[in-house]
Ligand binder design. Structure first.
Ligand SMILES: Nc1nc2c(ncn2[C@@H]2O[C@H](COP(=O)(O)OP(=O)(O)OP(=O)(O)O)[C@@H](O)[C@H]2O)c(=O)[nH]1
Ligand SMILES: [Mg+2]
Length: 742
């Protein structure tokens, strides 16, 4: 049986045929002890001992120091099928190496014997001696001036570095930041702004303020003070010098009294918010643009002094007002650690196996809502298991997997990693499965381009060598974008500028439809509010108040006012439960409200069992008010005669009605819960008409009779002279019916 033995990291390999001590020592022993079968020769003057094995072709030669003079064979390691390098092929049963020998070297005779053609890497034979010799003596010595220039340059670089370190332009005084309502933060909590302006679903909150006229995002850290060290100054220098269109700009730090990091504010929130906003349609052009931005930012970081990001996840991919993704929360690792910053990120993957549960539990009460746990979903599995992320290379890998595990999957799916397919699992269980059983996010093959799918899968491969780096991802993604002409855009169009323009155009369209939709919702809401307002105030009054004007009290020289009241209501209340009374009044007033809807009247108010209606205001109607109120009263009286009290079906409702016509003033009183009220003696008189009336009869004043007589359609009956409190004697009438006119 043959097997292929992969040898890592070697292009061509020299293999030594090495029988080893195990072979040679017994042979020597047997020679010295004169055991037959093994021949030995002592080759003077070379003083070499040669051992010859029976039935074997190979000799073992040992020099005067007792060292074995070895033979070597050069093997060709080119795989005959794939043409790949660094393959050692063995027959596992015989343990024989199968690679063809291309050259042999015999140590005893110091001879090279070519056996076959040698395939040198790139077809070139390597040099025997390095260009400048093994000691550098083959190259001319540097002239004095060159050495001087080099030294001066080194000194200059050092001086520049030192001055860069002492440059404190990054330092911000907390008092110099102004908070949104133009108040200094001293002694008061600043406003937390909702980070996204068009998504009601966002949960991103970041402290914002103005520094030197710029709106900045402020990340406050737990410590109150940070002592500056050289390491921190180096970190701050790197941050100051970081500049890329896909990274947020660093604005500075506060280190005294309050420790905070200030960075460029991105208006549209994070990628997480963007994806959560389901009203925004993300087509493939848009998605690839977002991915492309992330990858560009990551490429810069990986090729810069930052080396890696370490906290790559969708909440750290911010979206600016031009829909360009900018990465945040990179760098300043030592600064953040000293300032006690502990959330998910490279330092938080440091969850020693035994203490992880305690940490997690302490941090989150509700697992599924726990940011800390959710953050772990973005972390590479091998780093979840390991305790430290000290090796930058490893952390780079974490970035790769973060980028695809979380961010890119999120781009495609608008979901957190592992959702929705593992929705029923608790986050901590998912993390456990990732650690123990190689669980990976589930992405259906047809959810995206095939190349994208395999790129994503490679990113979370458990073989680290399989994971692509960001530079190759950049090429791959650009290739996919170009060849696909995503979103109906042709390859030629997919330059970045056109991409951006298309993105803006799409956003404008989206925005238009969102605005349209919101406007319709607003109109609907306005209508509902208006209807509610018209139920509380007369329409002309409400309209006037709505337009911001005051409703001045108005004098009306003639209106008709109606009052009604239930006889024995108080005793009825004492015999009924409050709910029964409420049900009863509700039934009665629903009946009244339905009736008055057919007349030109306005219901002023109800006070307990009293019901007050007026006609002739706020819009004047000549003398029609008396007729409208009279007709309405007759209708109410007739309905009351047949009204059934729900909890006392056998009792008859005893309703008294009183009407009066006269001058009145109407106005709105109060600023809070404004009420439309009537003032004047006419109101009292109408009320007296009701209180001096009789059940199921309509008691009217002489002034109402006078107006009703003008119509000549109402049958009235004199009641006689009645003493009315505060008025003396009044000649009043009963309204009997409306006469039918042929
Ligand atoms: N709109 C807007 N939101 C921001 C900005 N910076 C951060 N945020 C959001 O504010 C929220 C809190 O941010 P962080 O305190 O950094 O927390 P995090 O990003 O969830 O986690 P870590 O970065 O690992 O600490 C996140 O949802 C961010 O997306 C910004 O400049 N603009
Ligand atoms: Mg963040």
């Amino acid at each position: 049986m043959t097997a292929e033995c992969r040898v890592k990291g070697l292009k061509r390999l020299v293999c030594i045929e090495y029988p080893g001590v195990v072979d040679s020592v017994p042979a020597m022993m047997s020679t010295l002890s004169g055991i037959s079968g093994v021949e030995s020769t002592l080759n003077n003057p070379n003083e070499r001992l040669e051992l010859r094995y029976p039935h074997e072709e190979r000799n073992v030669t040992i020099d005067s120091d007792g060292d074995r003079i070895a033979d070597y064979a050069l093997l060709d390691q080119t795989d005959p099928e794939s043409g790949c390098d660094a393959l050692l092929r063995c027959d596992t049963s015989t343990k024989q190496i199968l690679n063809p020998v291309v050259m042999r070297y015999f140590g005893a005779t110091n001879q090279y014997v070519g056996v076959a053609h040698i395939h040198w890497p790139n077809g070139n034979k390597p040099r025997d001696i390095p260009e400048c010799g093994f000691d550098g003596d083959l190259c001319p010595e540097l002239p004095f001036w060159d050495i001087l220039t080099a030294s001066l340059l080194t000194i200059l670089v050092k001086v520049k570095l030192e001055s860069a370190l002492t440059n404190m332009s990054w330092r911000v005084r907390w008092e110099d930041i102004t908070f949104p309502d133009n108040m200094s933060h001293k002694g008061m909590e600043p406003e937390w702004s909702l980070s996204i302006d068009w998504s009601p679903k966002t949960n991103s909150q970041i402290l914002t303020g103005f520094y030197k006229g710029n709106l900045v995002a402020i990340k406050r850290l737990p410590q109150k003070r940070i002592e500056l060290t050289r390491d921190l100054l180096l970190e701050l220098k790197v941050m100051r010098e970081t500049s890329h269109e896909n990274l947020v700009r660093f604005n500075g730090c506060c280190i005294d009294g309050t420790v905070a990091i200030l960075s460029e504010f991105c208006a549209k929130g994070s990628l997480r918010d963007l994806l959560a906003n389901t009203s925004l349609n993300l087509d493939w052009l848009f998605r690839y643009s977002l991915i492309n931005d992330i990858i560009s930012g990551m490429c810069y970081l990986h090729n810069s002094e930052h080396v890696y990001h370490g906290r790559l996840k969708s909440s750290n991919c911010l979206v600016d007002s031009r829909f360009c993704v900018k990465l945040t929360d990179f760098g300043l690792r030592k600064f953040k650690a000293l300032a006690g910053y502990q959330t998910t990120g490279e330092s938080e993957l440091i969850i020693p196996e035994n203490s992880s549960t305690i940490n997690l539990k302490a941090k989150c009460r509700v697992d599924s809502l726990c940011e800390f746990n959710v953050g772990l979903l973005y972390i590479a599995p091998e780093l979840l298991c390991k305790s430290q992320c000290m090796d930058p290379k490893k952390c780079k890998f974490q970035d790769y997997i973060n980028g695809y595990y979380g961010t890119q999957k999120a781009d495609i799916y608008r979901e957190q990693p592992f959702f929705p397919h593992y929705m029923n699992m608790e986050t901590k269980d998912i993390i456990k499965e990732v650690k123990s059983s190689n669980l990976r996010p589930c992405v259906p093959i047809d959810s995206c381009d095939e190349r994208m799918h395999s790129l994503m899968k490679n990113c979370w491969s458990s073989e680290l060598d399989m994971r692509p780096d960001f530079n190759s991802m950049k090429h791959e993604i650009r290739g996919i974008m170009k060849s696909m002409g995503v979103g109906g855009i042709s390859a030629a169009q997919s330059t970045l500028t056109e991409n951006l323009l298309a993105r803006m155009e799409q956003y404008a369209n989206e925005l238009e439809s969102i605005v349209e939709c919101r406007t319709a919702e607003l109109a609907e809401e306005k209508k509902r509010t208006e209807e509610l307002l018209y139920q509380i105030l007369p329409k002309p009054v409400a309209d006037q108040l709505k337009s911001g004007q005051m409703f001045e009290p108005n004098f009306y020289d003639s209106v008709t006012i109606y009052f009604s009241d239930i006889v024995g209501f108080t005793s009825m209340c004492s015999q009924s439960t409050p709910m029964q009374v409420v049900d009863f009044l509700n039934d009665l007033y629903t009946c009244f409200d339905t009736i008055i809807g057919s007349y030109d009247v306005y219901k002023v108010e109800t006070i307990g069992d009293a019901y007050m209606v007026v006609s002739g205001l706020p819009e004047r109607n000549g003398i029609e008010h008396a007729r409208q109120i009279a007709k309405m009263s007759l209708k109410i009286r007739d309905n009351v005669q047949n009204f059934v009290i729900r909890h006392k079906p056998n009792e008859k409702l005893q309703l008294r009605i009183g009407i009066h016509t006269g001058p009145t003033v109407a106005g709105v009183v109060g600023n809070i819960r404004p009420r439309f009220c009537l003032f004047g003696d006419a109101v009292n008189t109408a009320s007296r008409m009701e209180s001096n009336g009789e059940p199921l009869k309509i008691h009217i004043s002489p002034s109402t009779k006078t107006v009703l007589d003008l119509f000549g359609t109402f049958a009235l009956e004199p009641r006689g002279d009645i003493p009315i409190k505060g008025k003396g004697t009044m000649k009043t009438y009963w309204l009997i019916e409306e006469k039918l006119i042929n």
